[in-house]
Design a protein around this ligand. Structure first.
Ligand code: 13P
Length: 252
């Protein structure tokens, strides 16, 4: 299908990794051969401090580097923040916005997430917008309602399939070892695809939809073959090259 999204396996290092951890990136780049590159895009989002050194270390490799968050403005008096423009200047290609840890730890609303995603696109980068329900919301039968609301208010009004990725990360599956069943992932990803097509006519079919939450080598093959799953957003299992590449190899 001409419109079919190219798979992406992305690693989110969160607040993990010291300078010495950058050796893992070289090991990933070495294992990311042309055969694998022909099948899947690979991305690592280290702490922002390591973006520039990671980019220079990976010069010549197809392994892309991204950021985990950004401010919604290009510059200004915002102590401690970094902008999408700075991230682009450092050589990164993607920015994760609206991760549930930012929504919880920093009280980020979908409106703020949308403004960040727009800033990412305005800087010429790809925005990875995260959505996902809590355990209580799922148990109350509200998963689709919650994710639908998040999508409606978090994705840029003029979002394009080329510069927007949606990551479905059920909050209760993050870092817990728990994952939804393949059937639940299929239901949710089908719903996300439909909702995105409604919100962004003509773009929804081409959007890469990632699943995230306790993805590891042992469950990646099952999760990645689910309909409308076009890759993964990986936390803990992205810190070590061997773990991350075992997930990426599902696409080999
Ligand atoms: P884990 O893979 O550690 O569950 O984290 C998922 C995640 O939050 C990626 O953004």
């Amino acid at each position: 299908m001409a419109n079919s999204p190219r798979p992406l396996v992305a690693g989110n290092w969160k607040m993990n990794g010291l300078k010495a951890s950058l050796v893992e990136l070289s090991a990933m780049a070495k294992a990311y051969d042309a055969a694998l590159h022909s099948k899947v895009d690979l991305l690592i989002c280290p702490p922002s401090l390591w973006i520039a050194p990671a980019v220079s270390q990976l010069a010549g490799s197809a392994l892309a580097i991204g950021a985990q968050d950004c401010h919604f403005l290009p510059q200004g008096a915002h102590t401690g923040d970094i902008s999408a423009l700075m991230i682009k200047d450092a050589g990164a290609s993607h920015v994760i916005v609206g991760h549930s840890e930012r929504r919880t730890d920093h009280g980020e609303t979908s409106a703020l997430v949308k403004s960040k995603a727009e800033a990412v696109n305005a800087a010429g980068l790809v925005a990875i917008v995260c959505v996902g329900e809590t355990q209580a919301e799922r148990q109350a039968g509200r998963a689709n309602e919650v994710v639908g609301e998040q999508l409606q208010h978090s994705i840029p009004a003029d979002g394009k399939a080329k510069t927007l990725v949606i990551a479905y990360e059920p909050v209760w599956a993050i870092g817990t070892g728990l994952t939804p069943t393949a059937a639940d992932v299929a239901d949710m990803h089908g719903f996300i695809r439909q909702t995105c097509e409604r919100l962004l006519p003509g773009q929804g079919q081409g959007l890469a939809l990632l699943y995230g939450g306790s993805v590891k080598a042992q469950n990646a093959a099952e999760l990645m073959q689910v309909a409308n799953v076009n890759g993964a957003l990986v936390g803990g299992a992205s810190l070590k090259a061997s773990d991350f590449m075992a997930i990426a190899d599902v696409y080999r």
